[in-house]
Write a protein that binds this ligand. Sequence first.
Ligand SMILES: Nc1ncnc2c1ncn2[C@@H]1O[C@H](COP(=O)(O)OP(=O)(O)OP(=O)(O)O)[C@@H](O)[C@H]1O
Length: 258
Amino acid sequence: MTLTATVTAPPAVSLSGVRKIYSGGDSGAVAALEGVSLDVAPGEFVCLVGASGCGKSTLLNLIAGLDRATSGAITIDGGINPALMFQEPALFPWLNVLDNVALPLRLRGIGKRERRERAHELLAAVRLADFAGKRPHELSGGMRQRVALARTLALDTPVLLMDEPFGALDAMTRDLLHDELERIWIERQLTVIFVTHNVREAARLGDRIVLLSSRPGRVVSDQRVEIPRPRTIDSPAVSGLAADVTARLREEVRRHGN
Ligand SMILES: Nc1ncnc2c1ncn2[C@@H]1O[C@H](COP(=O)(O)OP(=O)(O)OP(=O)(O)O)[C@@H](O)[C@H]1O
């Protein structure tokens, strides 16, 4: 007889009963999140979708440690600080691309030679090896977001939180960045929590799609995406799933009269 022990890795990110009330504004307290529980496995790509104002950014900020939940618990495996990336690349215009990417390394006290080497590697990873000496204004929007991604990767954390990172880009550029992000996610075995309004994007990228209700945000559905990779955003399977999730989202918005 053989005994097989099943070893399950702890979640990379675990949320339990997370509630967030913003207080003190002119319009009184705002309940942004209510009872959000969610486990994200190491290496998983989870997309968070929901109506405008349902608390998606709030949730990412809480996971990133930029704000505190009113109640509930958030645990990041290993106690690490996740990296957070936004829709705006927020690059320093007076620094060239290489120095923008190297900045988190500089802030960590890594010596000039090593940080330049690592920044060059990261630029190669986002396919911008030839643009190290350019300034941000010389780049397209998609390229600036690649630089922002490289700078986020420089933080060297296994958990990446992304808040509508491609929301301001045209469809073609977004498509290319989906491919790049997917490749980097697989190569670096990252855990990604990705907020988007774009349900197709969620179906293209996610292992799971978590749908939040209108404010206060609660988890309405948590659906595994069974579509094999590589995927394309206009494939019938991705479109079909996006249509299902959109229908649920509409129902949710209608129920709350938003
Ligand atoms: N600092 C704050 N103080 C008071 N209310 C806030 C604060 N930040 C967010 N809110 C409110 O909390 C709710 C959730 O906001 P949040 O930005 O998390 O939603 P969201 O789902 O990311 O929205 P969107 O999809 O439009 O970006 C909104 O009603 C918002 O106005």
